[in-house]
Design a binder for this molecule. Structure first.
Ligand SMILES: [Cu+2]
Length: 223
């Protein structure tokens, strides 16, 4: 990004100007004084001031307005993602559209979300590890949290990157417009196994997604 900016057209024009303006035939003796006067200092000071103003008063408020305009949950695919060292636990509400109760006392190797299957809302819930399937052309709302340390949920192709912070449920939304399969990357150095904290997300057609949900629902353990 920086390099691309550095070699932009205006720099090439300036470089050409300098080549001609300070050519050898016009300046036999080198000047060791460099630039005199206050203008360069003024410009150097003005550039960061202008950039900070652009960032603080335009860029950040605009981006904030964009990401805070959440679509209604009823018209979205709502999923919970719980990060841990070193995996992504995914929780779907199931056919009833309601998330079952989760509690730390039920946490265990076979129940990484601590989901209470005796809760009526939790009976049909689907859980996966490192596998996030979503339908295309429908807004997705992900309620993101973490069990241990700060992770960062990165879906590069969806332009999504959001920190997962223990003690906070942070919603993030986007609308996938293409089908395909990519990696969920943890983009926060979260421990020794950070490098293998990799999941897969798959954007599917509505039909494929429903078929996948049915497949997963068939795997739900019966109490
Ligand atoms: Cu991580």
């Amino acid at each position: 990004m920086f390099l691309k900016h550095f070699y932009s057209t205006d720099h090439k024009i300036f470089f050409t100007y300098v080549l001609i303006r300070f050519r050898r035939s016009a300046h036999r003796d080198a000047s060791y004084h460099g630039l005199r006067g206050r203008w360069s200092t003024v410009i150097e000071g003005a550039v960061p001031v202008a950039e900070v103003a652009l960032l603080m008063f335009f860029s950040i408020p605009l981006w904030s307005a964009r990401v805070d305009a959440f679509p209604p949950e009823a018209q979205s695919t709502v999923v919970r993602v719980v990060a841990e060292q070193f995996a992504w636990n995914v929780h779907y509400p199931g056919a009833d559209g309601r998330f079952g109760r989760t509690t730390p006392s039920l946490l265990g190797p076979s129940n990484p979300l601590g989901l209470d299957r005796t809760d009526p809302a939790g009976r049909d819930d689907i859980t996966t590890i490192n596998q996030l399937n979503l339908p295309v052309n429908r807004p997705v709302i992900i309620h993101l949290s973490s069990k241990d340390v700060i992770h960062s949920f990165g879906l590069g192709e969806m332009r999504v990157k959001q920190d997962a912070v223990p003690g906070i449920v942070q919603p993030v939304w986007f609308t996938p417009t293409v089908t395909g399969q990519w990696d969920i990357a943890c983009s926060q150095l979260c421990g020794l196994g950070h490098y293998r904290m990799r999941g897969v997300y798959q954007i599917q057609s509505q039909g494929d997604y429903q078929a996948w949900l049915a497949e997963e629902a068939a795997l739900i353990p019966t109490p």
